[in-house]
Design a protein around this ligand. Structure first.
Ligand code: P6P
Length: 335
């Protein structure tokens, strides 16, 4: 009787990773440990984000990051926490961070992996209490184990990712990730300090009814994009735009929606970074049954030339992505 009255808390992230690792007979456990290290840092940032108001660590830090954006204190805190967690875990030989000019050699030269991290994306939303997020990408290094990491370890196309995911700090804190075998979502249960499987095998709804873009830039968009947005309005799709990529992406992944960040006058190559934002989100969306392009090419096939390069970004369910593609093709014909 007691057993029936005692609800199960569900599968913890640790048990899930262990189960999945058993499915990979040759997995040596380092990737599993690396995912645990990221989850740990996420728990710490959850704590920092939720206490920010009291601890007066919101607001700007008076520094500017390599993007020329004013660094919010929580940005800096998150950057330090993730770099420390990844360094102490021992599996990672090198890290690139959206907050750092060049790559970081962790000193773990036996580590087989490198990580690209956006410690706290959408930080301009921190002060106005809008959901923000951490985005991460994991690659196997290309340089020999035992040597220091080199720049080529970090300039790999997104189709070489071994894992990718995000943590969204919103009404609840969730970790969503893939290792190339589907997408799974975990909700953080603060009272026991565990991520619990809450969204197994996420698939993006194919009949997307939402479009997300900053329509303030509409007049900068190409004729193809403007035509697509006109079609979205004609079909009475819902316009939803938070201005925080992780929050916008998470809603579109679960509800079915397309996200567009085209090139604009201010950002001729688009605003979002290929390595820190577009590759991980593209991997997740493809694993959930959707698509991601730069308007011409599959995001995951783009060969990066430099760490902070930007790209136009279109990501969502196939039906909407194919309709957008038709608008691009029509634009070519009319050109
Ligand atoms: P805009 C936040 O600064 C960010 O990098 C992403 O999280 C978000 O999707 C985008 O910029 C919003 O950009 O130009 O619409 O404010």
């Amino acid at each position: 009787q007691a057993d029936k009255l005692t609800p199960s808390i569900g599968i913890t992230l640790d048990r899930f990773i262990k189960q999945k690792q058993d499915e990979f007979p040759f997995a040596t456990g380092e990737l599993s440990q690396l995912l645990r290290d990221i989850a740990l840092a996420g728990k710490i940032i959850h704590w920092e984000v939720n206490r920010a108001g009291l601890a007066n660590i919101t607001g700007s830090y008076g520094n500017y990051n390599v993007q020329g954006e004013e660094q919010q204190k929580l940005d800096v805190v998150a950057n330090v926490r993730f770099i420390r967690a990844l360094r102490n875990g021992g599996e990672v030989c090198g890290i690139i961070s959206e907050e750092e000019d060049s790559f970081i050699d962790t000193g773990n030269h036996q580590g087989k992996y490198v990580v690209a991290i956006d410690p706290l994306d959408g930080s301009s939303n921190i002060d106005v209490n809008v959901s923000i997020g951490t985005i991460f990408s994991i690659y196997r290094r290309v340089s020999p184990v035992g040597s220091p990491p080199i720049i080529e370890d970090f300039l790999q196309p997104g189709n070489r990712q071994v894992a990718a995911g995000y943590i969204v700090y919103g009404s609840s804190t969730m970790l969503v990730y893939t290792t190339g075998k589907g997408v799974n979502g975990f909700t953080y249960e603060q009272s026991i300090g565990e991520f619990i499987l809450s969204h197994p095998s996420i698939k993006v709804p194919q009949e997307g009814k939402i479009y997300s873009c900053n329509e303030g830039n509409l007049l900068d968009f190409s004729a193809g994009v403007q035509h697509f947005i006109e079609q979205c309005r004609e079909q009475r799709l819902s316009a939803r735009y938070i201005g925080s990529l992780v929050a916008d992406f998470h809603r579109n992944l679960l509800k079915g929606g397309i996200f567009l960040y085209p090139s604009t006058q201010k950002a001729p190559n688009g605003k979002l970074r290929l390595l820190f934002e577009c590759n991980p989100m593209a991997f997740l969306m493809e694993q959930a049954g959707g698509m991601a392009t730069d308007g011409k090419r599959r995001i995951l096939d783009i060969e990066p030339k430099e760490i902070h390069q930007r790209t136009p970004f279109f990501v969502g369910p196939q039906n909407l992505m194919e309709r957008l593609n038709q608008c691009f093709q029509q634009e070519e014909v009319n050109a």
